[in-house]
Write a protein of this length. Sequence first.
Length: 401
Amino acid sequence: MRHDFPIFRHHPELVYLDNAATTQKPDAVLEAERLFYEHHNANAHRGAYRLAAEATNLYEGVREKVRRFLNARSFREVIYTSGTTAGINLVAQSYAAHHLSAGDAILISAMEHHANLIPWQQVCLRNGGRLLVTPVTREGMLDLAFFEKQLIAGNGRIKMVAITHVSNTLGTLNPIADLIALAHQYDAVVLVDAAQSVVTHPPDVQALDVDFLVFSGHKMFAPTGTGILYGKENLLEAMPPSSFGGGMIRDVTFEQTTFASLPSKFEPGTPNLAGIAGLGAAIDWLQKTGSKAIDRHVQQLLEHATSQLQSISGLRIIGQAPRKSGIISFLLGDIHPHDIATFLDQRQICVRAGHHCTQPLMDFLEIPGTVRASFTAYNTIDEVDRFVEALSDAQQFFRAL
């Protein structure tokens, strides 16, 4: 399916293995953005003329598409954001900050991205709450027994559990349904960060019974600056907005403001309308291709890459949970991850090097960072082999220095 992605037509030798950071965009997504600007460019919910109505219909049509994609009960539960980070911050400021009292707690895991750590940390600091952290094992698995002990010991004071479905560093696939059910037993509200799982494990929010769920468009072949916050309607209804401006009001005087109903009260200002058109096209492309088929393909790439990498002397894979998504982090002897990434770039192979916005996890593992390769639909076995061969060459190169 590489032919669907124009970047590979422009760079036929490119091996792009940084999909956990952002994915490339298929023709259909780029065309949807172009068509919006060429045929429908007007502000949604702002005008009484035909073009504005077309923009509004497209905007709300994609919302309905997202609702079906997530199996949400109502379009009112689907909030447009600029990405996962914005969605988490919205929940932190509009829900957690209003429900956390001194002595209460928010529970996260040690594998969380900074975006699913810092917002909760800051709420706790301001409200006198505690940030609790469930540790991971050396293999990169969540300590489930410790997670339950924390909930029991919380004695109802843990107001929020924020957990990733797939670790962006370790690739660990967490048993999210079990975690949600367990948290609910102790009256905790749950937010799931689905940024790394939305392509291969699209969530059914009703089956999961999740309270909040966030993901970014740019990690699922859609444009940057697009994302979704799903929230149960009763929770969103009770939450005050945290950003203010046009488009999210019902009535304004100099003395007070009455806010619009869901979902508009959380969507101030002019949205990324062309990006949202692209988000709708990305969902269409993903569903046509099939998440299960992509997951099978990614697992084949993961298994092949893991097997080949383990044959390289001195290479250590960081994160070896039995259930993983298409992410491999590793260290190669004492070669700095940045040096490896720079060497691979000379072979037109793109990988990520560093702490991957998970510095506390790196501190726990007592490493400065890793090299990370992440796979998706358009990657191939041949690319994996090129990647492994280049790593062997890098090892020889740096040994000779």
